[in-house]
Design a protein around this ligand. Structure first.
Ligand code: GLU
Length: 487
């Protein structure tokens, strides 16, 4: 059996989009599931779209997500160069293009901009496409040679027949057959000497021994033309897996506007790498047992590309948030604390016991930025409505709360030990003495010290963090508020 070889072939045009990361992940998983090799190839032939620094983003993201390539520009595996602009310098694309010219499958085209602008256009998939009329296919050998000798700019076009059909196989979509009359004579080599993606992907995937190609289904419509190139060379076509579109919640193509279209966006929003990778694995694929949480190693073990689905994958940020929360709950506490610290430090004075607060919020947040709303009251007691003291189930109201807090104030003033345990014992002793229910006392105390309906911890844990002075200030403030309301 031939060794599985897959490749991730990004164009360095900016951020790492969720769709790109999904292709990279699936390519990685297909290779690793079978003990194959995963390769990185940089497709930088479109010089106009090249963005400075984009290649570094690709390296960084792949290293961070654990999609470690076996071969690439920085790891020679004998199939280099791995950057298309460098491959071009070896003359490889021109060599193969000339071979196609020899066999009549391609031809030189010297048409200038003006002539091309005068040609018919058609709307294909919402884009205006110029249909080349094969004018230069009919040039004589002498005319071609004279043009070349005169240094006239040219492109090399694929020569597609106008009769018959072309078929190719896709793992998800099955056999696809198109009329050849629909295939334009696409450019293989541009006037700047660079190959187009359309040509380079075929030459490279073949010469680099790639067995499986995973990419977005926007390439599906060009694939018959690639198939014709493979056939013209007599090469074996790799297994094609064209992935369904990723949409937002409104079933529109995931775009920058959604705010979470790239890996960097998601990291900036406080998601963690492992959860992002896990979630992206499920954008179009699911395992047999419908399990949802996987480490990368578990994904390698379970990933079967035959289970990829054709239906559009909806990027559900609510689900990703949930998944991220699950990862945070399961995370080792020290690691969680290190990651949560910058968010805690933004909200709270350094004198507070941030580790204790981190422990309180660990199971209550989905992403790190949720921390702010959980802990804001520690730094400053918010303005709150006296209504908050009334709780049906706890059987409390403004009057009962005032009585409890007034009773407790001297006890808490006398208390030296403000540890959670000691405070708890004091309050429970008071509850027992008065024959109240716990909540009847805890509710007003917690309300007074936090000013919030929901807090990440109970009254005494909060007081431990606040310390004696601040706790007492807040209780006195509560008393004042309740006195006003009861007056
Ligand atoms: N360079 C192409 C892109 O970034 C790769 C498509 C492919 O994987 O063949 O979209």
């Amino acid at each position: 059996m031939t060794k599985i070889r897959t490749r991730y072939a990004p164009s360095p045009t900016g951020k790492m989009h969720v769709g790109n990361l999904r292709s990279a992940l699936y390519e990685f998983l297909i290779a690793k599931h079978e003990g194959g090799d995963f390769m990185l190839r940089i497709e930088d032939t479109d010089q106009e779209r090249f963005v400075e620094g984009a290649t570094e983003i690709i390296y960084r993201t792949m290293a961070k997500t654990g999609l470690i390539h076996d071969e690439g520009p920085d790891k020679d595996g004998g199939y280099g160069p791995y950057v298309q602009s460098e491959r071009m310098k070896t003359g490889i694309y021109m060599k193969y293009a000339k071979q196609l010219i020899e066999s009549g499958e391609a031809y030189y085209c010297f048409c200038d901009k003006e002539r091309l602008a005068s040609l018919k256009t058609e709307i294909v998939e919402g884009k205006e496409i110029m249909i080349y009329d094969k004018h230069c296919l009919h040039l004589s050998k002498e005319e071609i040679e004279a043009n070349l000798a005169a240094g006239k700019p040219f492109v090399i076009r694929q020569n597609n027949p106008q009769e018959g059909t072309t078929s190719f196989q896709d793992e998800l979509y099955g056999e696809i057959t198109v009329q050849n009359s629909e295939l334009d004579d696409m450019i293989l080599i541009k006037s700047d000497g660079y190959p187009t993606y359309n040509f380079a992907n075929v030459v490279d995937d073949h010469t680099m021994n790639i067995t499986h190609v995973v990419r977005g289904n926007e390439y599906l419509s060009s694939s018959p033309k690639y198939k014709r190139l493979y056939d013209a060379f007599g090469w074996q076509v790799p297994v094609y897996v064209h992935l369904p579109l990723i949409t937002d919640e409104n079933h529109k193509k995931l775009s920058k506007r959604s705010g979470h279209s790239s890996f960097e966006d998601l990291i900036d929003q406080g998601f963690i790498t492992e959860a992002i990778v896990n979630y992206i694995a499920l954008l179009g694929w699911s395992p047999e047992d419908n399990c949802e949480i996987f480490t990368l190693d578990e994904l390698i073990e379970k990933f079967d590309y035959h289970r990829i689905s054709k239906s559009p994958a909806v990027f559900d940020i609510v689900k990703l948030r949930w998944m991220n929360g699950e990862y945070l709950k399961a995370m080792d506490f020290d690691k969680f604390y290190e990651m949560a610290k910058p968010y805690l430090e933004k909200e709270l004075p350094a004198t507070m016991d941030l580790r204790k607060i981190a422990a309180m919020v660990k199971t209550r947040i989905e992403v790190f930025p949720d921390i702010a709303a959980q802990v804001d009251f520690f730094a400053k007691l918010p303005e709150y409505d006296v209504e908050m003291y009334s709780h049906k189930k706890m059987k409390t109201d403004a009057a009962s709360s005032l009585a409890v807090l007034k009773d407790l104030l001297p006890i808490l003033e006398a208390q030296e030990d403000y540890s959670n345990d000691a405070l708890y014992q004091t309050l429970v002793a008071y509850v027992a003495e008065k024959e109240y229910k716990n909540g009847y006392v805890m509710w007003p105390v917690r309300t007074a010290v936090s000013g919030k309906q929901m807090t990440p911890a109970g009254a005494t844990e909060i007081m431990e963090v606040l310390g004696k002075e601040e706790s007492l200030n807040r209780i006195r403030k509560g008393i004042a508020l309740l006195e006003q309301a009861n007056a």
